[in-house]
Design a protein around this ligand. Structure first.
Ligand SMILES: [Zn+2]
Length: 125
């Protein structure tokens, strides 16, 4: 029934459906996190930290907290960008193909790390 040519890296529809759902969840989580951190998921804007007045804003503690907040935001943005790239590839049909050598990344690897963009060989280099 479900014969696929062995020379194309076609992923099973079941796996794709599952990964798509995982990515959608991850996307929602990253957006939620950005909102919690006071960042606009759609832009680079970052709201000021709530509850810190101007006198406190210059202190080292405030600076450290700000730096930590920005690191979290940066991390969430990267996740969001990775998820968006993976979803775009799914739509284009290029998901699961190594972006370096063009070889199939492999279902087991994608299952473990849905955001993988390189095959095991290229990732290890
Ligand atoms: Zn590769």
């Amino acid at each position: 029934m479900n014969s696929t040519p062995s020379d194309t890296p076609t992923l099973s529809p079941e796996l794709l459906t599952r990964l798509r759902k995982e990515l959608a969840d991850e996307r929602a989580a990253a957006i939620h996190e950005l909102e919690q951190l006071g960042a606009d998921p759609a832009s680079e804007k970052v709201a000021p930290i709530q509850g810190i007045d101007d006198n406190f804003a210059d202190s080292a503690a405030a600076t450290a907290e700000r730096g930590e907040q920005l690191a979290f935001i940066e991390n969430a943005r990267e996740r969001l960008a990775g998820v968006d790239a993976a979803l775009r590839k799914m739509d284009e049909g290029s998901y699961g193909v190594c972006e370096v050598c063009g070889a199939p990344i492999g279902e087991a690897r994608l299952e473990a790390r849905p955001l993988s963009v390189r095959c095991v060989n290229c990732a290890g280099k």
